[in-house]
Design a protein around this ligand. Sequence first.
Ligand code: ADP
Ligand code: MG
Ligand code: MG
Length: 947
Amino acid sequence: MTESQVATSTTFVYSFGEGRADGNAKMRDLLGGKGAGLAEMSNAGVPVPAGFTITTEVCRHYYAHGRTLPEGFADQQHAALETLQKIMGKRLGDARDPLLVSVRSGAKYSMPGMMDTVLNLGLNDRSAEGLMARSGDARFALDCYRRFIQMFGSVVLGLEKRTFEEHLHAVKKKKRIVSDVELGRADLEALVRDFKALVRRHAGRDFPQDPLEQLAMARDAVFRSWNNERAVYYRRQNGIPDDIGTAVNVQAMVFGNLGPTSGTGVGFTRNPATGERQFYGEYLVNAQGEDVVAGVRTPEPISALEARMPDVYRQLRDITSRLEQHYRDVQDFEFTVQERRLFLLQTRTGKRTAQAAVKIAVDMANERLITRDEAVMRVEPASLDQLLHPRIDPKAKLEVLAQGLAASPGAATGRVVFDADHAAERGEREKVILVRKETTPDDIHGMDAAQGILTSTGGLTSHAAVVARGMGKPCVCGATQVVVDDKRRCFTADGVTIEEDDWITIDGGSGRVLRGQAPTLEAEVSGEFATFMGWADAVRRLKVRANADIPRDATKAREFGAEGIGLCRTEHMFFVEERLPHVVEMIMTAPRVKALEAKAAALERQRKGASPAEARALGAELKRVKAELAEPARRYRGALAKLLPFQRADFRGLFKAMDGHAVTIRTLDPPLHEFLPKREDLMAQVAVLNADWERARKRSKKAPKPARLGRLEKLLHRVEELHEFNPMLGHRGCRLGISYPEITAMQARAIFEAACDAAERGARAVPEIMIPLVGHVNELKDQAAVVRRVADEVMARRGTKVEYLVGTMIEVPRAAVTAASIAGEAEFFSFGTNDLTQMGFGFSRDDAGKFLGEYVARKILLNDPFVSIDEAGIGRLMEWAVKEGRGARPGLKIGICGEHGGDPASVEFCHRAGLDYVSCSPFRVPIARLAAAQAALRGTAAGSDQR
Ligand code: ADP
Ligand code: MG
Ligand code: MG
């Protein structure tokens, strides 16, 4: 048996420093992040109050075995407590000089503020006397005791926090004091008495006086807090597994509430909002830790500590910068000063905004603390979305209501709401800004749904700030001019009253609160962001293209680093107002043209083998049919001819914007009915016109049928003809082009004429024509022939040569399966993973919303397959198609153009599957570039592991 196996099966409790936690991931699993950090700091000689950690395994056991503890645990806890008492030279509950401890949660992944912690444990009526005598400070001892009853009462005994707070508030009000610090000895004595009475009344039991009972109860409460509502919610939001459990840390208390030379604080080694290399933190004099985090008192900037106790400040800076060097990342730390003595209570990797993450990664690589490859791995691809958010137009005229702290960057606009439930409910439908005095962990669902968060108290490390940064939401906090009136549902600032529902804008990058909807500017890639993306580009293999249909999007895509267009949906060009009538004309005339053409062709055939007499008759009939065909054919071709210059201009614009990069153009894809008015609307209009006509006929029998009615009836008839039971699987994609090759030909002509225009200008245009919804190679053959014929014709006429490819989407499962034969015809593949998922799973994209949520919630599927590629199923189809396709045509170019192209997990899969490129919406291009880089780096790491 190895050492670690022994540890996992028999060691349930580790004293700080005993676990050899250094860099050992296994110990982190067991001790949780906080426990591992405390252990590691102790080992490094950082002043940390002594203590021990009860492992996550005990928590798992607790849940798995009907809330009981493993055998042998009690002895180990007892021994660890003995050791702690020996180190401290004090005993828990001692009547003369008691040891007090904190009982702290701490899971493997940091879940700030989501679980529970109890401070000052070990106090009872007797030991409170002891603490009083020993410290010579009755106020202090009583303050600890009332805090303990308050915390124990709410965390362990389940009383509402409010119960205590309201009482405290009432006392302060009666005494006309604002701050807890002003409570005198007699007040505190009364508070202790009252709090105990509150416990008795609400918990139906006396406040436990036995410290060992207190400890056991607090420990189990921490275990239980693993499954409180907000912790469960937080885990779901952050993809943290539900079954890993929390550790419990029992640690000797140090006291920040021992007067003016004591205090408590939190900080970051660099600015977590901007990433600037600036020691950053907050300090609260004469207070215990929870006061800062809870935002009940607004702390001072850390420079206050520097002013008061420069030595302590210097020591703190020294220790924390050592921690940053040691962990090679920004540290978020908690500390307490007890009568000029500094203690570190926690260190962890600092959560940061995307903007800060990028800056920190670039700075640390430049400082040689990490490598460039490590820097690339330090930023979550999806978080880049934040950097691409709009910011407030610096030239705009703004009405500034208040100036708060810039807690999390980005501009957010929305209607004001004052409570989290409201925000959660309304945020689904509209933009809201959650405005609170301060937020608490119970507000996170509302924060999640809001565009941004504004608080009037609380500092840069308050709950609101930390959570907002984690969510990547704009946040302004500590805007003291904002006076929130929850009852009247309004706030005032600078003499202005803002009611619920009024619009405001917050600028999390500057801390400004603005009235109304401020104008914003789009983001750009520059400075450190550009440097960072350059490093990412240097390591990625996968190319990144964008989905874009119009030159403006294509230009944006280029700015964001797209290396081509992976999907231009030509149908979007048809929806433009001045074009739509021609599209309608084309659709209205097409079937008649097709029917008459077929009839004519049949007559020709019959005439060939006919007797002279019959042939004459057939000839006459043929003439009649041809005459009948002339008018609709003229209109049909006329409509297409009208569309041609529009399309040509579109493609010219795209080629120009892409400046020599490939542009993949998909021929018409959606079913034709999408271009016509809705059946119900037409029916209603026809009914109204019919009724009018009816009335007119009552007045005069000869009233003519209105022309509009006739037109609408025809349109309705055509819409009914086009009606499909399952349009997704109906007459669409290449099936349209096969029925109406003139449409494909028109599009091809527009493409090649535009490409020739570019070539003649001396520019390069590289069209890649993509045939959608192919399931059988013969479908592709048919359409590719049309495209190639037009290409030859245009190029011959213009005397210009254009490089181009004809390929296909792989989006019908049959196409994936028969990829080898399809590759015989296709010069490239592009996976249309939306349709491939739809048809592979048999999930209608438009209807799956009804049940997919439940599937994911109940873990029938781990992810929505329309968001992240289902690797085990749809992914297998893709891998097969890649292998077969390249087997038939070595070097076949393969990409993906579904929504998945911008999803980091799917990008990683595409890298592994050997695709050449991914294509996604312009705003996701940087995300895909970074995801591709990380996939490449991970691939290398995996490769070297195997070696
Ligand atoms: P969270 O995970 O919610 O941050 P913590 O366990 O870190 O909870 O505890 C919250 C605060 O309580 C800490 O920031 C610290 O200031 C205070 N605290 C915890 N343990 C001690 C201790 N042993 N001595 C003094 N203060 C403590
Ligand atoms: Mg903490
Ligand atoms: Mg499709």
